[in-house]
Design a protein around this ligand. Structure first.
Ligand code: MG
Length: 388
């Protein structure tokens, strides 16, 4: 089957709109069968009309009336149950999950249960429930296609290589280093929200842009990579690469390294997830090495960006600890955005919250993960209050 029929959960955000660009670019390869958003009614109406979609979800139930009156012939669902129903639509081949936060967890499992391939852009899904999702996908025989540029790059490097897991010595995630790469540690304390929101190479949502500045984004990606490719945490590495052209690399035990490159446009990884295992021509701008000049690499500054060390710790401990890492960071970022804490407090809050957590085995149970997530949010808020 050449044409993939895709459900997009989170269609109005940055990944969702890039996925629709891919759909516009490749009408013979991608058909959008359902769309969902949290709140953005106006863009959802526009998207539904453009792609003539028959099934639409809105997470916020209060917005469903406005949506229904603008789209009288479309079936509208709401809330988490609604997103789960869309994830199981009989006419869908694949579900792209690009919802921010934990709202994508249950729809992801619902899609797997219904035998749909899953394209994952939401970090929380694999960070919080990597073992649960990967086990369920294996059992159901569905593909998990990573949309994040780094994991998509690793996926491409491993594709068609007949690689045995033990032949991989390292997964090397590249990081742009964010806007503070060249700063010194002292100045980091006084970072303003405006400064944290200026990302040098990628244009993304607010939360992920701040996560890039603290490098928590890369920490979350380390944990995701551990689950996606079934590689122990100590074989997941990070190198800073400011140009964001090499999207990640795989090093094999014979010392060879494969890298995947393209311009930094999310349409590249999204398209590969959609057309996999095929490669398809598109209208994206190809890489021009001549005008690029040089690519550079450097080691991350661990003392300035504790997020990487904490991610390694959380991923190594496993169980509910990665969910705590994720949730505490979310609360701390929110407090930074509100002006309640300093930029450098974010990592402190996460570290303190992790150190208070009694790690539990997830036992394949999503409720245990969600409970740990809730606990971490409360504990992180307490830690923030203690800072005064
Ligand atoms: Mg990324």
């Amino acid at each position: 089957m050449d044409k993939k029929r895709v459900v997009i959960l989170g269609s109005t955000g940055s990944i969702g709109t890039s996925a629709l660009k891919v759909a516009r670019d490749l009408p013979n390869r991608m058909e959008v069968v359902a769309l969902a958003a949290a709140n953005s009614v106006d863009s959802l109406i526009e998207q539904t009309q453009e792609f003539q979609v028959k099934h639409v979800g809105i997470y916020n139930k209060d917005k469903s009336l406005a949506l229904q009156s603008a789209l009288p012939d479309v079936s509208i669902v709401t809330g988490e149950e609604g997103l789960c129903a869309l994830a199981q639509l009989p006419e869908a081949d694949m579900v792209l999950i690009s919802i921010i936060g934990t709202a994508g967890l249950k729809p992801a499992l619902a899609a797997i249960e219904a035998g749909k391939d899953l394209a994952i852009a939401s970090k929380e899904i694999l960070v919080m429930a990597g073992d649960i999702i990967m086990t369920a996908a294996k059992k159901a025989g569905v593909n998990i296609l990573p949309v994040d540029s780094e994991h998509n790059a690793i996926f491409q490097c491993l594709e068609g290589q007949h690689v045995k897991n033990k032949e991989i010595s390292r997964l090397i995630l590249t990081a742009s280093g964010g806007p503070f790469r060249t700063w010194n540690a002292q100045d980091l304390h006084s970072v303003t929200l405006e400064q944290a929101l200026k990302h040098p190479t990628w244009s993304m949502g607010q939360k992920i842009t701040i996560d890039s500045a603290t490098m928590f984004n890369k920490g979350l990606e380390m944990i995701e990579a551990r689950w996606l490719f079934d590689i122990p945490m100590d074989r997941v590495d990070v190198v800073v690469h400011p140009q964001s052209i090499v999207h990640s690399m795989v090093e094999f035990i014979d010392g060879s390294i494969l890298a995947q490159m393209s311009n930094s446009d999310m349409c590249f990884p999204i398209q590969y997830a959609i057309t996999y295992p095929d490669r398809v021509e598109n209208s994206l701008k190809p890489l021009d090495f001549g005008s690029l000049g040089s690519l550079s690499f450097e080691s991350p500054k661990h003392e300035m960006f504790p997020a990487l060390r904490l991610a390694r710790k959380a991923g190594t401990i496993g169980g509910t600890m990665p969910a705590v890492y994720n949730a505490a960071n979310e609360i701390a970022v929110e407090a930074f955005v509100q002006g309640e804490i300093r930029f450098t407090d974010i990592a402190d809050i996460v570290e303190k919250t992790m150190s208070q957590h009694q790690q539990q085995d997830t036992q394949g149970n999503l409720d245990i993960v969600i409970e740990a997530d809730q606990w971490a949010r409360i504990e992180a808020a307490n830690q923030i209050n203690r800072l005064g």
